[in-house]
Design a protein around this ligand. Sequence first.
Ligand SMILES: [Zn+2]
Length: 205
Amino acid sequence: MASKEIKQLIQQFAKLPTINSRQAKKIIAYLLENLSNNGIDSGNFILLLERIRTNICKCEKCGNVLISQDYCEICYKSEKNFSNIICVVENLYELWRISALSNLDSYKFHILGGVISATNGISPDMLSILSLVQRIENEEASEVIIALNKSYNGSITVNYVANILKKKHPNLRISTFAGGLPSGTDLDFIDDRTLEMAMNSRILC
Ligand SMILES: [Zn+2]
């Protein structure tokens, strides 16, 4: 089998979401076989990873990941469109996906940083709820769309966040996906068109 360093690399890859140890081995084997030909520019690959690692920072508003002092394209678009709707998403991947849906790219976005989960040890104080409350006030938002997975933990989090926002901002419109999305569903299994329709015909929390 592989040398110690390669085994360690496989173990690191196997920690990534949706990658199991067999897939990790496949990826590393492919990388090793193609490092020296034109398939993969290994120097650039490693250089990019290192540049990202040393220059990574976050947008102070939405939580988008930026490199160095780049402006946040998502916040820039919403400011240009004078949006007063904030769409709350679970993580960076959901931010990239939902902000790219048609008709949604003018909204403001806010990464919550996860969903409440006893199994995964995520409590409400670990989520960016306080900064959301502050943003609603500072940016005079008229609506907050809580766009989380329709899983058990996602639904609990939607209710938790909605209750806090209702107390802090009684006049705020608080909505979530329309009931058309099946409960228990991960957003990853829902196609973009269905997601767009659910976002455009949302229901009040
Ligand atoms: Zn931003």
